[in-house]
Design a protein around this ligand. Structure first.
Ligand code: SAM
Length: 247
């Protein structure tokens, strides 16, 4: 069974949002398992200290290498599960990495706090640093939840047919096309006519074109890196979707 093991100073934060909706139903049904372990259980002094002042000076505290290493080793000294540490200076998480992690046995995830983690444990336990974006959270728990949620929804049996992942943002290197549902008219804005035409080929072509236009306008980095960009796409022109700046 796919299993996420989280090392944290705040195990009570879990499952939190992972306990509801798709992920929560999968958890309750035994499709995946979650284990939140308290790093403090690996402290050795009577104060159960896990942190100390930064070598070289500066503000804040740093998570100690020895305590964290003991916490990691207590979980899986022998295991070849991916070992991640959430970190704003990590490699940005992508849907491709999420799909790899979802296809494996499930990761061990270290959640940092304070100013961060002693570099020596990151090196010695070969932790893969993973970022969920260019901003700083106060701890790794919310970042770990985001990563776990993204993985869990790809596990067989978690998403129903109605919530397919094959057609959504990033699945083909593009952002998803805009979605609409009833009512037909909302504050004077109709659903685009083509979507109610019943012509499936035209709907598919419209969605592809909107997805391309949105990606070009909002994420030139994704546009340049998309699989289709590797071979020359003839007759391509820069498109601007109607709603590219709507939010
Ligand atoms: N001093 C660190 C720095 O400047 O890179 C920031 C430490 S942050 C306050 C505390 C912890 O939150 C980090 O060790 C990490 O586990 C987590 N964290 C914060 N922002 C994150 C992000 N964007 N992605 C993943 N984890 C993050």
């Amino acid at each position: 069974m796919w299993r996420a093991t989280v090392l944290t100073l705040f195990p009570e934060m879990f499952p939190g949002p992972l306990g509801v909706s798709l992920a929560g139903r999968g958890l309750a049904a035994g499709v995946w398992a979650l284990e939140a372990r308290d790093i403090r259980d690996s402290a050795t002094d009577r104060h159960r200290s896990v942190d100390d002042t930064p070598a070289g000076g500066g503000p804040g505290m740093v998570l100690r290498a020895d305590v964290l290493a003991a916490a990691i080793d207590a979980v899986d000294a022998q295991s070849d599960r991916p070992r991640l540490v959430m970190s704003p200076r990590g490699r940005p998480l992508t849907q491709a990495r999420v799909a790899e992690l979802a296809a494996g046995p499930g990761p061990l995830i270290v959640c940092g706090r304070f100013e961060g983690i002693d570099q020596r444990v990151i090196d010695a336990r070969q932790l893969e640093e993973v970022s969920i974006g260019d901003y700083v959270l106060s701890g790794g728990e919310i970042a770990a939840m985001a990563l776990i949620d993204a993985c869990v929804r790809l596990l067989p049996g978690v998403m129903g047919k109605l919530e397919s992942s094959t057609d959504e943002s990033f699945s083909a290197g593009l952002l998803e096309y805009p979605q609409y549902t009833r009512p037909q008219l909302f504050e004077g804005r109709p659903i685009p006519e083509i979507l109610v035409s019943g012509d499936h080929a035209k709907v598919a072509a419209w969605r592809q074109s909107e997805a391309e236009a949105l990606t070009q306008a909002r994420r030139p980095d994704l546009w340049a890196a998309r699989p289709a960009a590797k071979g020359p796409a003839k007759g391509e022109s820069r498109k601007t979707p109607k709603n590219a700046t709507d939010g």
